[in-house]
Design a protein around this ligand. Structure first.
Ligand code: NAP
Length: 259
């Protein structure tokens, strides 16, 4: 399907690997020019070079921490005006409710709530002026089914979800859609670290922890950055113009919800 977005410009944050890279790659395949970001310059440059070579689109890379103001300013300066914004950042560490102090919550809020809000605040006005824009925030299944060991993530992402629910409806009259994509377990480094955590907590091997997790997923597999990216690119397409303020779960059926 032609997504109708060739030649548009996108900023995809936290995109040197994993789900962010999956989104960047699917947009590149649709002919979108990219600005990529991550903290580590080496992996980021490798990704930028690979996507440029494979899809023939222009790819700029900005090494910066998207969760702090100075890092964001650097990224926004290079990005300039974009028609598509995909927000992403690393997820907070797992733990117990008794582990977390105010500083831990502030860090999680900065990464998984306030950074995407700041990026939207910077980019969406220009999209509204030009009458077209797409924003996709990478959040988590924990928005619909909170994960006990990820209390920091549950808290921060719930805040972002509430913000998007209102904002998406305020900007939609100007041709801008904002939606959230909620990953269940996907085969990335983050999944490996979550499986290691579950193994340590349950006194199992990592393979046993993975098998136990697979048994809870009706599709009996982990998602991939490619599946995830394809859905993101569709949400950024012309055809997705009527999808507004939604929380779209990609979890192989693991969360048993009727709505
Ligand atoms: P990943 O494979 O670990 O990749 C994370 C990417 O984000 C890397 O490119 C990393 O590069 C970049 N990054 C991390 N912190 C950053 C920062 N402060 N500023 C800029 N870039 C940053 O993780 P993932 O699995 O793709 O997960 C992406 C998001 O989805 C996370 O928030 C995660 O919690 C959430 N999620 C993932 C799953 C899953 O199963 N994979 C499930 C639910 C939710 P650098 O380290 O070089 O910065």
């Amino acid at each position: 399907m032609d997504l109708g977005i060739a030649g548009k410009r996108a900023l995809v944050t936290a995109s040197s690997k994993g789900l962010g890279r999956g989104c960047a790659e699917a947009l590149a395949a649709a002919g979108v020019e990219l600005v990529l970001n991550a903290r580590g310059a080496e992996a980021l440059e490798e990704t930028a070079t690979a996507l440029c070579a494979e899809y023939g689109v222009s790819v700029e890379a900005v090494a910066a921490d998207i969760t702090d103001e100075a890092g964001r300013a650097k990224v926004l300066e290079v990005a300039g005006q974009v028609e598509i914004l995909v927000t992403n950042a690393g997820g907070p560490p797992p733990g117990l409710w008794t582990d977390w102090e105010r500083e831990d919550f502030i860090k999680a809020l900065d990464a998984n709530m306030l950074a995407p809000i700041a990026l939207m605040k910077a980019m969406v006005p220009g999209m509204m002026e030009r009458g077209w824009g797409r924003v996709v925030n990478i959040t988590s299944v924990s928005v619909k089914a909170p994960i006990p060991v990820l209390g920091l993530s549950n808290a921060a992402r719930a805040g972002l979800t509430g913000y998007v629910a209102g904002t998406a409806r305020q900007v939609a009259p100007s041709g801008v859609t904002i939606n959230n994509l909620l990953p269940g377990i996907h085969a990335t480094d983050r999944a490996v670290s979550l499986d290691k955590g579950a193994a340590a907590q349950g006194g199992m091997t990592v393979e046993e922890a993975r098998a136990a997790r697979l048994a809870t997923i009706p599709a009996r597999k982990y998602g991939t950055p490619e599946d995830f990216g394809a859905t993101c690119a569709f949400l950024c397409s012309q055809q997705a113009q009527f999808i507004v303020g939604q929380n779209i779960l990609l979890d192989g059926g693991a969360t048993n919800l009727s709505m």
